[in-house]
Design a protein around this ligand. Structure first.
Ligand SMILES: C[S@@+](CC[C@H](N)C(=O)[O-])C[C@H]1O[C@@H](n2cnc3c(N)ncnc32)[C@H](O)[C@@H]1O
Length: 356
């Protein structure tokens, strides 16, 4: 007699799950088509312009009306634009226009499309990583990742760094005003370093990153802004940068490092006695379960595609993008620090303060 139990499947639960998957299929196209809207200037053409037809948008952007027409249907289905059936015209609401086109706004999310699309190009490598346990360095990704990261993170730094994050760190605003030496480790294109340098003219700043093209771009931006006297960007890793600093920052990069303990140990040796380290890390739960939400979904996805592969490729001590406060505190402790605390947070970020 066959004793195999047939698994019970509740058709209603299957349907509900399929609903989730269908939403994700649409979201995947939303990211891909959002990227096209950003890249081709379609959102910019529609921003604060009132109702426009697909013809008018195509003419303004030098694109093919036939494709713009299809793109607009997708955008309306996703709630990005509004459609007026009577005129056949589409409007990008002002709120969406700010979020999708205003490079100076803390609400701007357009870099996210570029970032995610760049990461997804590495799908074959990521699949191989699962099979081999290998990694992939930051610099091996499509170059849009570097610009997309700068564009995606800068709005959050514009909105939070000076207003909320620095004031939460023990006395650092006063010290920055008076004039101290600052190192920004893993600075990428220098979005954070530049905001700091512009805000605190009495302090000096060095941005370090081990990715040469990012440092070249950061130096170019600093020069264009006339900041290159007080602000330098140099190629160096977190384990071999030189100099002594009073304030060392890590913006969204400590968890990317293959040797975060070695990185913090090196910082300890290059930190003044009363110096402070401020790692800004992605939001992560205190328990695994606390990551089961939309933000945790994004960051754990980034962990698989970019952060963990970089850590595996460059040292192997991969804490993951949503490493808990306890894990990060242990890293600081093993590096020889006695004081570690979460100074503040936002829905997307945690701000830590580390002292000797
Ligand atoms: C997610 S990006 C963040 C870039 C920048 N801090 C920002 O917020 O826009 C991570 C950066 O860390 C850098 N990075 C990773 N490991 C590093 C290491 N061991 N030393 C220096 N930089 C490193 C990468 O090259 C990359 O630019």
């Amino acid at each position: 007699m066959n004793t195999t139990t047939v698994p019970t499947v509740d058709p209603k639960k299957v349907e509900a799950f399929l609903g989730r998957v269908v939403t994700d299929f649409g979201a995947a196209f939303g990211v891909a088509l959002g990227y096209l809207g950003d890249r081709l200037g379609l959102y910019k053409a529609m921003a604060f312009a009132g109702p426009l037809s697909s013809d008018e948008i195509a003419i303004r952007t030098g694109t093919s009306e036939r494709y713009v027409r299809e793109w607009l249907i997708n955008q309306a289905a996703g709630g990005y634009v509004e459609y007026d059936e009577a005129t056949g015209k589409y409007t990008l609401p002002n709120e969406q226009a700010v979020a999708l086109t205003d490079d100076t706004s803390p609400f701007n999310v357009s870099g996210g499309f570029e970032l995610i699309n760049a990461l997804l190009k590495a799908d074959d490598r990521v699949k191989d990583n699962f099979l081999t346990g290998g990694g992939m360095t930051w610099g091996e990704h499509h170059h849009h990742l570097f610009e997309g990261t700068e564009r995606f993170f800068r709005p959050s730094y514009i909105g939070n760094l000076l207003a909320n994050w620095l004031p939460a760190v023990d006395g650092i605003v006063e010290r920055l005003k008076k004039g101290i030496r600052v190192a920004d480790i893993g600075c990428g294109h220098g979005a954070s370093t530049i905001i700091l340098a512009e805000a605190f003219p009495n302090s000096t700043f060095v941005g370090f990153d081990n990715h040469q093209p990012s440092i070249d771009r950061a130096n170019q931006i600093a020069k264009e802004k006339g900041l290159d006297k007080r602000l330098k960007f140099q190629v160096a890793s977190a384990q071999d940068f030189t100099g002594t600093y009073d304030f060392i920052t890590f913006f969204d990069c400590l968890h990317d490092m293959g040797d975060p303990i070695g990185a913090l140990k090196h910082c300890r040796e290059h930190l003044s006695e009363d110096g402070i380290i401020m790692p800004i890390e992605p939001m992560g739960g205190r328990t695994t379960k606390e990551n089961f939400n939309p933000v945790g979904r994004i960051y754990s996805g980034a962990s698989v595609f970019v952060c963990t592969p970089n850590a595996v490729a460059t040292g192997g001590y991969a804490v993951g993008t949503v490493a808990s406060d306890d894990v990060l505190g242990e890293v600081a402790h093993l590096a020889g620090f006695t004081k570690f605390r979460r100074a503040t947070d936002t829905p997307f970020n945690r701000v830590f303060e580390i002292k000797k």
